[in-house]
Write a protein that binds this ligand. Structure first.
Ligand SMILES: [Zn+2]
Ligand SMILES: [Zn+2]
Length: 162
């Protein structure tokens, strides 16, 4: 339905800012586009390299360590406590397993346990971002083997030193 698409477009900008979480856009191995696979996991469409955004890293850790504090998650994953607090505030992370709070997908209204979008709408959102990343990559065709180094990369390295 086109109204859903419009709504995704509308949410795009805000979602991108609030929800960036160091999402991998380009493959650090080959510069290919990282395709969203679900729950913070991305796979390079060219070489199959797997990477996780902050949400994926924190989520994976919490799955194995139920009830971990944000400090523990931060220490184990390298995700800043600030990002973790952001995710908690948005209910992107589900720390209390027996919580009976139900959320609604902001696009289609489906019941969800965490986050802002149901898996279907989140995937649609990411497909959209991937198209944009692809268009940007095509524009820089001559440099396609270069991995863009932006503010993101330096932030990540800095954090590893902490
Ligand atoms: Zn790759
Ligand atoms: Zn939805």
């Amino acid at each position: 339905m086109s109204s859903k698409e419009e709504k995704i477009q509308m949410l795009q900008k805000e979602f991108q800012e609030v929800n960036a979480y160091n999402r991998p856009t380009y493959c650090q191995e080959c510069g290919g586009i990282m395709i969203f696979k679900g729950v913070g996991e991305y796979e390079c469409e060219k070489c199959g390299y797997l990477a996780y955004d902050d949400y994926g890293k924190a989520r994976n850790y919490l799955e194995r360590h139920t009830g971990a504090t944000s400090a523990q998650v931060s220490q184990a994953t390298g995700v800043s406590q600030r990002s973790i607090r952001e995710m908690l505030r948005e209910a992107r992370l589900e720390i209390a397993a027996n919580s009976n709070v139900f959320l609604q997908c902001e696009v289609c209204g489906a019941s969800i346990r965490m986050g802002r979008f149901c898996p279907k709408c989140e995937t649609a959102y990411h497909r959209n971002l991937e198209e944009k990343a692809r268009a940007r990559n095509d524009k820089m065709a001559g440099f396609s083997t270069e991995i863009p180094r932006g503010e993101d990369g330096s932030k990540r390295f800095r954090r590893e030193g902490l």
